[in-house]
Design a protein around this ligand. Structure first.
Ligand code: AMP
Length: 566
């Protein structure tokens, strides 16, 4: 079985394809979204999703979130004294999605199509693929999120040629992409974005307002207190649907504090964020060589596009109502599932050829002659330009630069700076060329970049016909199969919570959190229902537990609501 996975910055989800179309796979708790949060306790028990999110507020030092931002980097996350990379943590999320899908579908899930932001570079894409492999999945394809969203919107079923813009504002990232569909080809024309802009920033505006109003100094708060306050700000943000204000409430050192911001103030305080949103929009339009009026449809993706302020802004910017017919949280996963089915050639869908663009420029380092005849290194020579439609292959000619030069180093780089040292180094190729005068030896360098974001560099010494090729492995993450196996074994000692216990655990953690947030009578009631639930758990009668869980959940819902209304 093949599934589609949207591995998100804040939430992840999986979908599969049926004859009636793609469907979301609920997780073990019956929820469609699984928070991309991991937490590990003293007994090496791994918590993923809702339970990890609850634990994050109580034990910030044992959990991690937003790690997708560090995918493929050397950043280390310490969880309960152990060290993990973003790739490891993502593999836990993927493993849980895989297990939940298996139990829901009743069959093994072995393959997946995983989405990544269009803006992810080669290193990040490969790290995502490896995370899937660490989770025991064969990663059939890495698909860019806007392409997946466009597929979910059925844009591949259109009869006429269409050009559309995908506006994806998630929890921590913003991506804008321009796609074109013609003759059964779905082509990404341009991508642009901001890796550090998303719903979190809007949450921060509400949080900052609250802190200012109540004269709370962030530097004097513990990690745990900040995690709690951020959670409350997030709740306030999501609860204000359709209302004309944003309200945040929190229990602070025994007091119940509240702050309210009207929509106008909110819009004023978020103006800078909207200005930042405009930049990638402008860049993508100019890279694709189109005007706003050339765009036939606008598709909204990502949880933050649920905000009325954001929808209003998009409407104003583009002068039309955006298409929101598919749930913005689910479009990417649904599209990835359709892509998986296309790979398996399910007869009910017409196959479209997907093309993508290379989201960054790939090139090499060269030396150039200055006006006074001196050789100056550290210059960047692009070979595959940003937004080149892939798969693509380009060849550039290069020559030796000084007499008797027999060694040529090809430094493979990615980035947009004129200077090699400002760009990301992807690898090195060394060649030995025949002795000669400067400029006598020609080396043809070919970069081939495919849809799975693999870069092949080929260097041909023209005089001898010798060819040297290299598949670029990224420097941060060039694990061999053996190393992968070893890491898989290392991670295997960590136990993922058995599914039947998970739902109980989530509720108990929620109870624990609510205990901290309540006082007086409400706290006593909470204590009583929690004790009752624990007593039934101790008796280990599955039927009774099921029933008690429902009662306990209802009680918690009621207490949470009372807390909110107080
Ligand atoms: P995503 O990365 O697409 O899962 O989007 C997650 C982001 O969407 C988070 O920052 C959420 O706070 C935000 N979000 C989800 N639902 C809502 C809502 N109803 N109103 C405002 N923001 C929301």
């Amino acid at each position: 079985m093949i599934i589609g996975i949207d591995l998100g910055t804040t939430n992840s989800l999986a979908a599969y394809y049926t004859d009636e179309g793609p469907k979301i796979i609920p997780n073990r708790l019956g929820e469609r979204l699984t928070p991309s949060v991991v937490s590990i306790d003293e007994d090496d028990q791994v918590y993923v999703g809702e339970s990890a999110r609850e634990r994050l507020a109580l034990h910030p030092d044992q959990g991690a979130h937003l790690f997708k931002r560090s995918m493929g980097s050397r950043k280390e996350f310490k969880l309960g004294g152990k060290t993990f990379s973003a790739q490891d943590l993502s593999s836990f999320v993927l493993r849980q999605l895989k297990e939940d899908a298996e139990s829901y579908l009743g069959e093994p899930v072995t393959e997946a199509v995983i989405s990544v932001p269009a803006y992810f570079n080669d290193i990040k894409r490969k790290a995502t693929k490896r995370a899937g492999e660490l989770a025991g999945l064969k990663v059939e394809r890495i698909i860019s999120e806007p392409t997946a969203a466009a597929i979910a919107y059925g844009l591949y079923q259109k009869q006429e040629d269409t050009r559309f813009l995908v506006f994806d504002l998630g929890g921590g990232t913003f991506d804008v992409s321009i796609l074109e569909y013609y003759d059964d080809i779905l082509e990404v024309r341009a991508v642009a974005g901001d890796n550090y802009l998303g719903g979190e920033d809007f949450t921060n505006v509400i949080l900052e307002h609250f802190l200012e109003e109540h004269h709370i100094d962030k530097d004097e708060c513990t990690d745990r207190e900040m995690a709690y306050l951020r959670n409350q700000a997030e709740k306030g943000k999501c609860a204000s649907q359709g209302e004309n204000s944003y309200r945040m409430q929190a229990l602070w050192h025994g007091d119940r504090l509240e702050s309210t911001m009207n929509r106008r103030d909110f819009e004023k305080k978020t103006r800078k964020l909207f200005d930042r949103i405009k930049q990638p929009v402008r860049r993508s339009l100019s890279d694709a060589g189109v005007k706003i009026r050339d765009i036939d449809e606008i598709v909204l993706v990502g949880g933050t596009t649920r905000m009325p302020t954001v929808r209003k802004f998009v409407g104003r910017l583009f002068g039309r109502v955006p298409d929101t017919s598919v749930n913005p949280d689910e479009a990417v996963a649904l599209g990835a599932a359709i892509q998986g089915a296309m790979k398996e050639r399910k007869s009910s869908i017409r196959e479209v050829i997907l093309t993508d663009v290379c989201p960054f420029t790939l090139g090499t380092e060269i030396s150039v002659k200055t006006e006074n005849g001196r050789l100056e290194g550290n210059h960047f020579c692009p070979i595959l330009e940003r937004n080149t439609v892939i798969p693509a292959s380009r060849t550039e000619k290069f020559f030796t630069v000084y007499d008797h030069q027999t060694q040529v180093e090809i430094h493979v780089l990615q980035g947009e700076s004129r200077f090699a040292s400002n760009n990301v180094s992807l690898g090195l190729l060394s060649l030995t060329v025949p002795d000669g005068r400067a400029g006598e030896q020609e080396i043809d360098i070919t970069y081939t970049y495919d849809v799975n974001a693999l870069l092949e560099v080929e260097a041909k010494i023209v005089s001898t016909g010798e060819i040297v090729t290299k598949l670029i492995k990224n420097q941060d993450n060039n694990m061999t199969m053996e190393e992968m196996q070893a890491r898989m074994q290392e991670l295997a000692y960590l136990k993922i919570h058995p599914r039947e216990k998970e739902a109980n655990k989530v509720l108990l953690l929620r109870g624990e959190r609510l205990y901290e947030e309540t006082t007086g009578e409400l706290r006593e009631q909470l204590e009583a229902v929690t004790r009752q639930f624990e007593r039934i758990l101790d008796r280990q009668d599955p039927d009774r537990i099921e029933e008690a869980r429902k009662d306990y959940e209802e009680a918690l819902d009621w207490i949470e609501e009372a807390l909110w209304l107080e």
